[in-house]
Design a protein around this ligand. Structure first.
Ligand code: SF4
Length: 465
């Protein structure tokens, strides 16, 4: 695509994964505490168009196989650029990095995870050239950017200094929608940027529900839609309010249905059940439903351990992501957790039964005071039995629900329960391949199972069939 760049650049490289054995270096990521990416709008005289600065070692001087603290800082100017657009412009860093062959970018803001592969580095790819590519892509896709300069930071002390600044800027951006209500506005905003890996996902961004990635607020959506109304971030007319408490709007349903090609027909913004907001894959945290206590835990991306359900963030995220609506498993942003409407249909914070220590601390000002000691962390419980005992001994509000679940249990015992015919799957028309995968899609189905066993039949068993 660019004659002076030693690697290819194009949408075709989006989704390219760089595995550890082929990686030259990892920038940020789960092993590194300090990392960030930031876009700022500046006056024209403060921006030297095309300038790329590297503070710290260049790509070739980084130790092969290492993971390092890392920062990326873009400054842009243009007559029509406004500070309000920073969040949306910043979110495009993800796409533009991923267009570069041998360069992988995941997540956003203070949570970025990038990898450069050995082959591209051998061909001569450097931060200097990456900066040039990203600047060109910005200018071609967002012509209102007149000048842009870039700084890559690999010096740990400099990353730390700038990271502190970046956190303050993110916080100031997030605070703008606090106190606003959905009823204060006539339009919401939608985003389909994540459809490249979650085809049926549409973010519905409202004053009371920040985007899943935590990078786009209602104000950011407004700025993006103004600049590029036909772009991936667009206006959604609210239309008739179908249920204010649940957060269901005719206009949002229509847009989600259209943009998901009919896969998702209804969205209720403030619940994890029935018609929850879809979950892409770059959510900051996700809920996980624990049937034994009829409550939800929440685990965030940086949590390395195992939840009391015995699953890691990665395993839970796999059950949540992909643009699906999965009861109880719900991708969300930290800012949405700070909103008073957070999961209000399900009971809000009263329904949250577990949090990692780090996330709990982060939410300290937003968790109701009377609940603080009642929500356990990884330091209090390690499995479901311990979780249940903790909730009971600390008189968590969920205890009432646990009692209700237990009271209902005898009625569900096999001898007492009404006989429900097991659903039968009609044979597929045409041949089902004897070898290979079989995809089963349940639509509008709710399935409760204590255990599911999937095993390969022995050759004898197959003969009998
Ligand atoms: S999480 Fe939502 S708002 Fe954020 S980039 Fe993806 S689709 Fe857009």
């Amino acid at each position: 695509m660019f004659a002076d760049i030693p690697v290819d650049v194009g949408v075709v490289y989006e989704g390219e994964r760089i595995r550890k054995p082929s990686m030259h270096v990892e920038l940020g990521g789960p092993k590194v505490k300090l990392k960030f990416e930031l876009m700022r709008v500046k006056p024209s005289e403060e921006v030297e168009d095309g300038k790329v600065t590297v503070i710290g070692p260049e790509v070739q001087d980084l130790r092969e196989g290492s993971s390092i603290p890392f920062g990326m800082y873009f400054e842009a100017s243009g007559k029509e650029l406004e500070e309000e657009m920073e969040g949306v412009m910043e979110r495009r860093i993800h796409d533009f990095c991923n267009y570069i062959e041998g360069f992988m970018h995941l997540n956003q803001r203070y949570d970025i995870w990038l990898r450069l592969d050995k082959k591209s580095v051998k061909k001569g790819l450097t931060f200097e050239l990456i900066g040039k590519v990203i600047q060109r892509l910005y200018k071609s896709e967002m012509p209102i950017i007149e000048k842009i300069q870039t700084t890559f930071i690999t010096d740990p002390a400099e990353v730390e200094k700038m990271h502190r600044e970046a956190i303050k800027i993110y916080e100031a951006r997030d605070a703008r929608t606090r106190g606003m209500k959905n009823s204060d506005v006539d339009v919401f905003y939608g985003c389909t940027l994540c459809q490249s890996f979650a085809p049926s996902h549409v973010c519905v961004i409202t004053p009371e529900r920040y985007a899943n990635c935590g990078a786009i607020s209602w104000f950011d959506g407004r700025a993006a839609a103004k600049v590029d109304p036909k772009g991936p971030i667009f206006e959604i007319k609210k239309g008739k309010c179908l249920d204010e408490f649940k957060g269901e709007y005719e206009g949002a349903n229509e847009v989600v249905k259209e943009k998901s090609l009919g896969d998702v027909t209804r969205v209720q913004l403030f619940t994890t059940f029935d018609y929850p907001h879809t979950s892409c894959g770059c959510f900051e945290a996700t809920t996980f439903y624990v049937p034994e206590v009829d409550g939800m835990g929440i685990v965030h991306r940086d949590f390395k351990g195992s939840t009391p359900a015995g699953l890691t963030f990665g395993a839970i995220a796999d059950s949540t992501a992909g643009g699906r609506q999965v009861d109880g498993f719900h991708g969300l942003s930290f800012e949405y957790m700070r909103n008073p409407s957070f999961l209000r249909v399900d009971g809000g914070w009263n329904r949250i039964i577990w949090l990692p220590t780090e996330l709990k601390e982060q939410m300290k000002d937003y968790i109701p005071k009377e609940l603080w000691d009642k929500i356990p962390t990884e330091n209090d419980v390690r499995n479901i039995n311990e979780l249940k005992s903790f909730l009971e001994s600390h008189d968590h509000p969920i205890v009432e629900r646990i009692k209700a679940v237990e009271a209902a249990a005898p009625a569900l015992a096999p001898e007492a329960a009404p006989t429900v015919a097991a659903p039968t799957l009609a044979p597929t028309e045409g041949a089902v391949p004897a070898v290979g995968g079989l995809s089963i899609i349940f639509k509008d189905a709710k399935i409760y199972a204590k255990k599911v066993i999937v095993r390969r039949l022995s050759s004898k068993e197959r003969e009998k069939k």
